[in-house]
Design a protein around this ligand. Structure first.
Ligand SMILES: CC(C)(COP(=O)(O)OP(=O)(O)OC[C@H]1O[C@@H](n2cnc3c(N)ncnc32)[C@H](O)[C@@H]1OP(=O)(O)O)[C@@H](O)C(=O)NCCC(=O)NCCS
Length: 208
């Protein structure tokens, strides 16, 4: 994940099975009725968040969830978390330098054909049809949109559909054109990387 984020964004990640971890009482609320596997993943990614927050400065504090599930970072911090099968990561940065951070990790496999047209416009599908299928560009576009959403949502508190963002991927980079207003910019730049059967994407929106 580090290679897709600027150097002053602090990242912590963990591979393998999630390790059980303790939650703060305010975090417990989010998973009070969750199945055990969800609770374990929720806690495990917070172990990453606490490690990253310790290196950034605030220390191993609670990261509860807003009603829309967005993480509530301590004052002066922006960040993002992701988990997928066998991997979890958190990224945090100082809010005086960064307006928002979005990260996403996905198992690198093609999207199910039935969701392709929900996630990507025909122009996006045409753009990736030129690329080697082995890179699973459709999954990279999906992950890029999830990262964009994680930047967009905490700033705007508004919905953003897959059809509201046009993603174009280049070598290790992507651009995301927002077709709706709310962020103060209509163009986001992100990065992606693949390895160990995963794709990771990230968007870091610098403070103007
Ligand atoms: C929220 C969402 C992006 C999560 O993505 P995901 O691939 O399912 O799951 P990930 O493991 O990568 O991310 C989950 C984490 O994202 C974070 N998250 C959840 N909602 C969020 C929000 N509204 N804003 C920012 N971060 C959010 C949380 O930290 C969550 O983990 P936690 O509940 O354990 O704390 C996705 O479930 C979703 O609701 N998408 C909405 C529609 C969308 O993606 N639109 C794309 C527009 S281009």
């Amino acid at each position: 994940m580090e290679q897709v984020l600027p150097p002053d964004v602090v990242v912590d990640e963990h591979r393998g099975d999630p390790v059980p971890a303790t939650l703060f009482p305010e975090e417990e609320l989010a998973v009070a009725r969750a199945v055990p596997s969800r609770r374990t993943e929720y806690a495990a990614v917070r172990t990453c968040a606490r490690a990253a927050l310790t290196r950034l400065g605030p220390g191993p504090v609670a990261v509860p969830s807003a009603p829309d599930r967005a993480p509530i970072w301590p004052p002066g911090v922006v960040g993002s978390m992701t988990h997928c099968d066998g991997f979890r990561a958190a990224a945090v940065a100082h809010a005086d330098a960064w307006t928002g951070i979005g990260i996403d990790a996905e198992v690198l496999e093609p999207l199910p054909p039935e969701v392709l047209s929900l996630v990507m416009s025909s122009a996006e599908q045409a753009a990736i049809s030129e690329l080697d299928p082995v890179i699973c560009a459709d999954r990279i576009v999906f992950s890029a949109k999830e990262s964009v959403y994680k930047v967009w949502s905490p700033i705007t508190n508004a919905w953003l559909g897959f059809e509201h963002v046009e993603v174009r991927i280049g070598p290790g980079t992507f651009t995301a054109r927002l077709l709706v207003r709310g962020l103060g910019t209509d163009l986001l730049h992100g990065r992606w990387a693949v390895g160990d059967g995963l794709v990771v994407t990230a968007v870091a929106l610098a403070r103007p």
